[in-house]
Design a protein around this ligand. Structure first.
Ligand code: NAD
Length: 342
């Protein structure tokens, strides 16, 4: 009997249902062609979940991730300047998903500002200003606490260097602002330096974050792995996505010791939601990362090969990357490419 994987699925809101619908179809088809099955355990999160369960993250969703240990997640809208806490940040903290892994890689055939980009952002995922510790000191004065710990900085550095060693990557740049935040970013750097010493075969360098933005735009090829705290990594991810065609393309993985949640870098894109315009590539490539994570590389490769074929042909692309096709037509093109002999 075919092996069946139980995956928690959070379709999300905005463009979430459209892109996750397309991705589930493609993953199912790739699974069927490579002899594996999927059981999707679907849950709403955020405002949508609150309407029916009075909880932003229903307990059943927590239980499902705990049981399945793997989730595929669409974007969830977070209210700005008030309202409930970010679902993403809450899930990352709850399941101790300390590493945010974001590969930024050019797709074949797609004309972008910079060809042949291949860099990785390794972002600390639980600390920094994202700890969400804010309070009003007195009316008109608000304080947000930036939390950086030796434990958090060391384990994310270890993750980046372990990945570099395992995948033969040449260089890790720690990105910081320790000239100003001497204690917090200073600690982050000290931890990165200490870990770097254990990996003499991987080159190590440090760049200040504002300079990094300029350096990236001038010459992104000088970077291989960017090791960052939480906030800098978030900002640099969107910047780097522009090298390869934008937010519609870049996947991500939130990894911990027990569980993993795979999601695109992009958000819920309310400006294009419900219009059949969203590019499902970023979530599809997140699903490819997920399939590698659960040791189903044959299924992952089948999808990646078909996806690259569609980009190489360039006939059925979404608007964000210069095409004229919709989400559904793009997904159908990937499904069709998968049916071709590979
Ligand atoms: P966004 O990523 O949703 O959109 C930024 C721009 O990129 C928009 O112009 C959008 O149309 C475009 N875009 C994004 N994804 C695309 C895709 N797949 N195909 C084509 N174009 C795409 O960022 P935002 O507008 O700053 O945020 C909107 C909401 O999403 C906010 O509530 C934010 O909190 C939330 N958000 C959620 C996540 C997550 O769930 N992981 C991540 C980031 C932002």
């Amino acid at each position: 009997m075919a092996k069946t994987h139980k995956i928690t699925l959070i379709p999300g809101d905005g463009i979430g249902p459209e892109v996750s619908g397309a991705v589930v179809k493609i993953v199912e088809a790739a699974g069927a062609a490579t002899g594996i099955g999927f059981e999707w355990h679907r849950y709403a999160a955020g405002a949508e979940a609150f309407e029916t369960t009075r909880e932003y993250i229903p307990k059943a969703l927590y239980d499902s991730i705990e049981e399945n240990r793997v989730a595929l997640k669409g974007p969830v809208t977070t209210p700005i300047g008030g309202g409930f806490a970010s679902i993403n940040v809450t899930l990352r903290k709850k399941f101790e998903l300390f590493a945010n892994f974001r590969p930024v890689k050019s797709l074949p055939g797609l004309k972008t500002r910079y060809p042949d980009i291949d860099l990785i952002i390794v972002r600390e995922n639980m600390e920094d200003l994202y700890a969400g510790l804010e309070h009003e000191v007195v009316p008109g004065v608000v304080q947000a606490l930036k939390i950086i710990t030796e434990k958090g900085s060391t384990r994310i550095s270890q993750f980046a260097f372990d990945y570099a060693r395992k995948h033969n990557r040449k260089k890790v740049h720690a990105i910081h602002k320790a000239n100003i935040m001497k204690l917090s970013d200073g600690l982050f750097l000290r931890c990165a330096r200490k870990v770097a010493e254990e990996f003499p075969e991987v080159a190590y360098a440090e760049h200040i974050v504002d300079n990094t933005c300029m350096q990236l735009v001038m010459n992104p090829y000088q970077y291989d792995i960017l090791l960052t705290e939480n906030l800098y990594g978030d900002i640099l991810s969107d910047l780097c996505s522009a090298f390869v065609g934008g937010l519609g393309l870049v996947p991500g993985a939130n990894l911990g010791k027990e569980c993993a949640i795979f999601e695109a870098v992009h958000g819920s894109a309310p400006d294009i939601a419900g219009k059949d315009m969203a590019n499902p590539t970023a979530l599809l490539q997140s699903a490819v990362l997920m399939l590698h994570h659960i040791d189903e590389s044959a299924t992952a490769n089948r999808i990646q090969t078909a996806l690259e074929q569609v980009y190489r042909e360039g006939k059925t692309l979404t608007k964000d990357v210069g095409g004229t096709s919709g989400t559904k037509a793009f997904a159908d093109a990937v499904l069709q490419a998968m049916e071709m002999p590979q």
